[in-house]
Design a protein around this ligand. Structure first.
Ligand SMILES: [Zn+2]
Length: 212
């Protein structure tokens, strides 16, 4: 089982959901946002007195700070990307010409908007696909757990019952199974997405744990 791919799956899906939630919160579509052009690189001094090259942005007139879920408070806690919420070192800017808003973003987020007409690469269908893959991997993990740690036996009276080779096996199995909720292969994309939002991190932790 490929743990790295699973970790990436969660990372991609939680990044995408943070961005998708924030875009919805701001009432804007990804396609409305474009990078603020860099006019030139200017040399300035950093806090330690060394020369650093900083981009000089071509800010549009009369734009305001976007009403993001992740607004920077500026209280000396470092900077966060106002699109995905991650802490960032280098500031870039996105502009929304409809709302006349500016959004401070990190180097990762800005690249998703630099393709011009292609807009943001992590669109809704990519997010849904990543979420479904995670839940499917977890479902397989749970049935593998059942198969590896228990066997069906038949009693003298002919009825079958399950016995566990793992201490607390049944309890561990039920605990894992619970994270799947009412998921089936027919569950809708919305169902899967809310399941990942609730239990995605816990699913990943279970798949990474060595118990059983
Ligand atoms: Zn970001």
């Amino acid at each position: 089982m490929n743990i790295t791919a699973q970790a990436n799956g969660v990372e991609i899906s939680s990044y995408s959901s943070a961005v998708a939630q924030n875009l919805a919160y701001m009432g804007t579509a990804a396609a409305e946002w474009a990078p603020v052009e860099i006019r030139r690189m200017a040399t300035t001094k950093n806090d330690a007195g060394a020369d650093v090259s900083m981009p000089e942005f071509d800010f549009p007139e009369g734009f305001k700070s976007a009403e993001s879920m992740y607004r920077n408070t500026g209280a000396g806690e470092g900077m966060n990307c106002e699109l995905c919420g991650h802490m960032i070192k280098n500031a870039f800017w996105l502009r929304n010409d409809t709302r006349r808003w500016l959004l401070l973003v990190g180097s990762e987020c800005v690249t998703h908007f630099s393709g011009g007409d292609s807009g943001m690469r992590l669109d809704k269908s990519a997010l849904w696909k990543a979420n479904r893959e995670l839940v499917e991997r977890y479902r397989k993990f749970v049935s593998e757990f059942l198969r590896k740690n228990s066997i069906m036996k038949r009693s003298l009276w002919g009825n079958s019952y399950r016995t566990w080779s793992l201490y607390n096996g049944e309890w561990e199995y039920r605990r894992r199974l619970k994270l799947l909720g009412s998921y089936t292969a027919d569950s809708s994309d919305r169902h899967v997405t809310s399941l990942v939002r609730r239990n995605g991190e816990a699913m990943l932790r279970e798949m990474e744990s060595k118990i059983g």
